[in-house]
Design a protein around this ligand. Structure first.
Ligand SMILES: Cc1cc2nc3c(=O)[nH]c(=O)nc-3n(C[C@H](O)[C@H](O)[C@H](O)COP(=O)(O)OP(=O)(O)OC[C@H]3O[C@@H](n4cnc5c(N)ncnc54)[C@H](O)[C@@H]3O)c2cc1C
Length: 220
């Protein structure tokens, strides 16, 4: 499908957790596959950033969840946008789509990396999903009420939460891996690299692991 640019009206724009926002846009003329992206364009044409569509394929709105990066280029501009205004959006594109909805899925996300998982589950409500979500504080367990059912494992690294472990990668080392699963890793590059190594050591085939890094931090 060709990538198209459109101006989409902001329907709502609400804070989520400590420093993230849920941006709900009118549905574009094109359809998307769960896991695909849009590019949101800032005031200068060069200020374009990728965001996973966090709504399902049949939802009436195009949702994006973003974390405000105060020193960033696009998110401070985004944060000032109000319902009724429009945003230029390019899409859909990307390859982090659900390969096989019939297979068990192990999804590991840090922070807003939960977005594709929400799109998968809203599109395929009966998905056999095990989800490890890692955040700093419990308030940042975005969409918790939508995921809270069997197979949901919250992780909080900075604030203790009775039922939560601290690090996704520690859980990955010891948990019983769902048999025959496809594994999806999304968010911080550190988590992705570490998780891939652990999964590989535990015998998960390379071709059963898919990843979508959102940002890179130097690793010592
Ligand atoms: C394929 C893809 C999909 C993405 N989807 C999403 C999404 O759904 N939601 C979302 O919030 N972001 C997503 N991102 C990240 C997004 O594209 C922007 O990089 C991010 O919103 C920061 O934009 P900015 O212009 O404000 O900051 P920039 O000027 O681009 O970045 C400033 C600095 O902040 C770092 N940074 C970027 N994101 C984070 C973060 N979350 N935590 C800590 N540091 C960060 C950057 O590496 C850079 O060093 C995605 C990135 C990619 C590559």
């Amino acid at each position: 499908m060709p990538v198209d640019s459109q101006s989409l009206r902001i329907l709502s724009h609400e804070p989520m957790g400590r420093d993230a926002y849920l941006l709900r846009l009118e549905r574009p003329a094109w359809s998307w596959r769960a896991g695909e992206l849009v590019g949101i364009i800032g005031p200068a044409e060069v200020d374009q950033r990728d965001y996973t569509i966090a709504s399902g394929e049949r939802d009436e709105t195009l949702d994006v969840i973003y974390r405000l990066i105060p020193h960033g280029v696009l998110t401070p501009f985004l944060q000032k946008r109000r319902p009724g205004e429009t945003l230029r959006v390019l899409g859909p594109y990307g390859r982090f789509v659900l390969r096989d909805p019939e297979r068990p899925i192990l999804f590991c996300a840090t922070g807003t990396g939960i977005a594709p998982c929400r799109a998968y589950l809203r599109t395929h409500p009966t998905l056999n999903l095990t989800l490890l979500h890692g955040v700093r504080h419990p308030e940042d367990l975005y969409f918790r009420e939508e995921f809270e059912r069997a197979g949901y494992h919250p992780h909080c690294s900075r604030t203790r939460l009775a039922e939560a472990a601290e690090r996704i990668t520690d859980t990955l080392k010891t948990m019983e891996l769902p048999e025959n699963a496809h594994v999806y890793l999304c968010g911080a590059n550190e988590m992705i690299y570490e998780a891939e190594e652990i999964l590989s050591n535990r015998g998960v085939a390379f071709e059963h692991i898919f990843h979508e890094p959102y940002y890179y931090r130097a690793i010592d």
